[in-house]
Write a protein that binds this ligand. Structure first.
Ligand SMILES: [Zn+2]
Length: 129
């Protein structure tokens, strides 16, 4: 129904996706480098011309540290994407794990935008990289 839903776009159009042959993650058809495993990818020249250069539009990072005593913690990192009608169009568990006393984990989220002018991307309110 929604044109913003992943997988809805036709091959060759904006938002079209494919499967990375290395790590099997769903990525943009136009990706030159897989954002998940960072392998370089082959692509059709017609598709790859469009958006080889991405702009890092958003980066959020935070570190959690377990105090040096007590029981181990478990964590799950959840990622969700909402459209301008506040409808959730994607939701994923990025990773789960445990932190033992004294350990820390740094969680980072980056959003790359393709085919846009760097200045026109951010709408404010969030930390911009
Ligand atoms: Zn990959």
């Amino acid at each position: 129904m929604s044109s913003t839903r992943p997988g809805a776009a036709r091959p060759g159009s904006a938002g079209a996706t494919r499967i990375c042959p290395h790590c099997k993650t769903t990525i943009l058809e136009s990706s030159v480098v897989c954002p998940a495993c960072q392998h370089h990818l082959k692509f059709d020249s017609a598709v790859g011309q469009r958006a080889a250069q991405g702009t890092s539009a958003l980066r959020v990072e935070g570190t959690l540290r377990h105090p040096s005593d007590g029981e181990a913690w478990e964590y799950s990192m959840v990622l969700s994407i909402r459209n301008d009608r506040d409808e959730e169009i994607d939701r994923k568990i990025v990773g789960v794990g445990a932190m033992r006393p004294g350990e820390q984990r740094t969680f980072a989220l980056t959003v790359e935008i393709f085919g846009a002018e760097p200045k026109s991307v951010a709408t404010g309110g969030t930390r911009k990289h």
